[in-house]
Design a binder for this molecule. Structure first.
Ligand code: LP5
Ligand code: MN
Length: 240
C-alpha cells in the first residue's frame, strides 16, 4: 500500500518540461500507487474552470488514466489555484478535499494542507488571502471575460513576485506556534504541506510527543513527493 503526495508543480504553458515530468510521474510512478494527493499550487494560476486550454485538457486526461485504473486522486487548493472547481475536478476524476484534511494511515494521524495558512507572520499575504477567499469577490471575478481575468492573474503574479522579493525569508516561512497548535487541533502525528518550497522533514516536539512536519519541494528542476507505505514516510526527489 503506498500513498503519494505532491504539491507546487505550478504547471503552465511556459514550462513544458514540468508538464512532461508530471505526465511521466503519473505514468511511471503514481500508476503503482494506491492513491494520489495533490496539495495545491498544481497550476501556476487558475482563473476559472471555463478556461479550457490544451494544457488543462492534457493534465485532466493524465489524471483520468489514474482514476480509470482505480487509483483515487484528491486535491487541496493552493494559493494560486483556489478557484479550481467541481467541473474541472470531475474532468480529472479527482475529489476536492477541505483545506485541512486528516488522513489515518497505518495508525498514523497525518494532517495534509497547502501550508499558506501556517504563514501567519506574513500579514500582508493573510489580509490579501481573506479578500480573495470572499465568496462574492470570487463570484464577481468569475463573471469577467477570460482575457481580463488572465490579465488580472498575470498582474497579481507580478505583484506577488515583487512583494515576496521585499519580504524576509522568515516572514515567508511557517510560524512555529501555528504548526504546534494545528498539530494539536487534530492530535496529529505528522503534517505534510507544500507552499514554502523548502523541502525537509522537521521534528516537532509537543510535550512528550514526537511529531513531524514534512515539507514538499516545488517542481522546478526535479519532482518531489512524499511516499507513505509500510516502511514509513519518505520525502523523495526524482528527475523529470
Ligand atoms: O504564489 P507565491 O508563492 O509566489 O506567493 C505567495 C503569495 N502570493 C499570492 C498571490 C498569487 O501568487 C497570485 C496568483 C493568482 C491567482 C489567480 C487569480 C485569482 C483571482 C481571484 C480573485 C478573487 O498568493 C505571497 C506570499 C508568498 O506566497 C509566501 O507565503 O508572500 O503573498 C503576496 O505576495 C501578497 C502581497 O503581500 C499582498 C498583496 C496585496 C494586494 C491587495 C489587493 C487585494 C485585492 C484583491 C481583490 C481581487
Ligand atoms: Mn503556495
Amino acid at each position: 500500500m503506498s500513498t503519494y503526495i505532491i504539491a507546487d508543480l505550478h504547471l503552465s504553458e511556459d514550462e513544458p518540461a514540468i508538464t512532461a515530468g508530471f505526465i511521466h510521474f503519473i505514468q511511471q510512478q503514481a500508476i503503482h500507487a494506491d492513491s494520489l494527493y495533490i496539495l495545491g499550487d498544481f497550476f501556476n494560476y487558475w482563473i476559472g474552470d471555463d478556461d479550457d486550454t490544451p494544457l488543462h485538457q492534457q493534465v485532466a486526461q493524465a489524471l483520468k488514466q489514474l482514476t480509470a485504473q482505480g487509483i483515487p486522486c484528491y486535491f487541496i487548493h493552493g494559493n494560486r489555484d483556489f478557484l479550481i472547481g467541481k467541473r474541472y475536478a470531475e474532468q480529472c476524476g479527482m475529489t476536492i478535499l477541505p483545506q485541512e484534511t486528516l488522513l489515518e494511515i497505518d495508525n498514523k494521524r497525518i494532517l495534509i494542507l497547502h501550508g499558506d495558512t501556517l504563514c501567519i507572520d506574513d500579514a500582508a499575504y493573510q489580509n490579501y488571502r481573506k479578500k480573495v477567499h470572499t465568496p462574492w469577490i470570487q463570484r464577481l471575478f468569475l463573471t469577467l471575460p477570460l482575457f481580463i481575468r488572465r490579465r488580472i492573474a498575470q498582474k497579481m503574479r507580478q505583484n506577488s513576485q515583487y512583494a515576496s522579493s521585499m519580504k524576509s525569508e522568515s516572514i515567508m516561512d511557517v510560524n512555529p506556534q501555528a504548526v504546534i497548535s494545528t498539530l494539536q487541533k487534530y492530535q496529529a502525528d505528522w503534517m505534510i504541506h507544500g507552499h514554502t518550497h523548502r523541502p525537509a522533514v522537521h521534528p516537532v516536539s509537543i510535550g512528550d510527543k514526537q511529531c513531524y512536519r514534512g515539507v514538499l519541494g516545488a517542481w522546478h528542476h526535479e519532482g518531489s513527493a512524499f511516499i507513505i507505505n509500510e516502511q514509513g514516510i519518505e520525502l523523495i526527489f526524482f528527475p523529470f
